[in-house]
Design a binder for this molecule. Structure first.
Ligand SMILES: [Zn+2]
Length: 189
């Protein structure tokens, strides 16, 4: 029925029709893979957001806490001057932090807020979860590989900051930091 309506609408160009057809089949493939993974669909939402809009995402209901943390790995061949940036998204369903190490001061911009804030994050985080799914998006092969993996996992640097940020959203204890306008400019000669 979808298709018939589109074909009857003269405003739709062939490109639009092909695009919508592809999007529909992509959505169907998504549904299929979620079913095959045997994971509750809501738990997969942060992965879909991370793949579609980029960045780290978390999702919370009464009984479910899920977060997706993205790492970017560039593979570059210097001989032919070509490469690609692989995106690795790790999904944690009902995550639990085991340990953290170090303190790193940094400015962060949360999607829910208008300005960047100065926050303190651990340099390393070790965590486990009821379920962990790894998604690897490869721009070269245009594939998204999914696999279930066993915890616990350790993250360092950017990914550790992301984990810490999302865990704050899930546990509801969000820290408010200082803002850029509280910094001082110093001119050096
Ligand atoms: Zn946030």
């Amino acid at each position: 029925m979808y298709v018939v309506i589109l074909l009857e609408n003269p405003d739709y160009k062939k490109f639009d029709y092909d695009k919508i057809k592809k999007q529909l089949s992509f959505n169907l493939a998504e549904k299929k893979i979620i079913k095959e993974l045997n994971i509750q669909p809501d738990a997969f939402i942060p992965v879909l957001f991370s793949l579609k809009f980029g960045g780290d995402w978390s999702f919370k209901t009464k009984n479910l806490a899920a977060m997706a943390v993205k790492e970017k790995i560039t593979r570059y061949n210097g001989k032919i001057c070509e490469g690609y940036t692989l995106e690795r998204v790790t999904l944690f369903v009902n995550p639990q932090v085991i340990s953290t190490e170090g303190k790193v001061l940094r400015l962060e911009k949360c999607g829910n807020k208008n300005e960047r804030e100065l926050v303190e994050r651990p340099f390393q985080v070790k965590l486990d979860a009821e379920d962990i799914i790894l998604s690897e998006l490869n721009p070269e092969t245009m594939t998204i590989i999914l696999k279930r993996i066993e915890g616990p996992l350790s993250f360092e640097g950017s990914a550790a900051y992301g984990v810490s940020h999302e865990i704050e959203h899930l546990t509801g204890c969000e820290h408010t930091g200082k803002f850029i306008w509280e910094f001082k400019y110093n001119l050096e000669y």
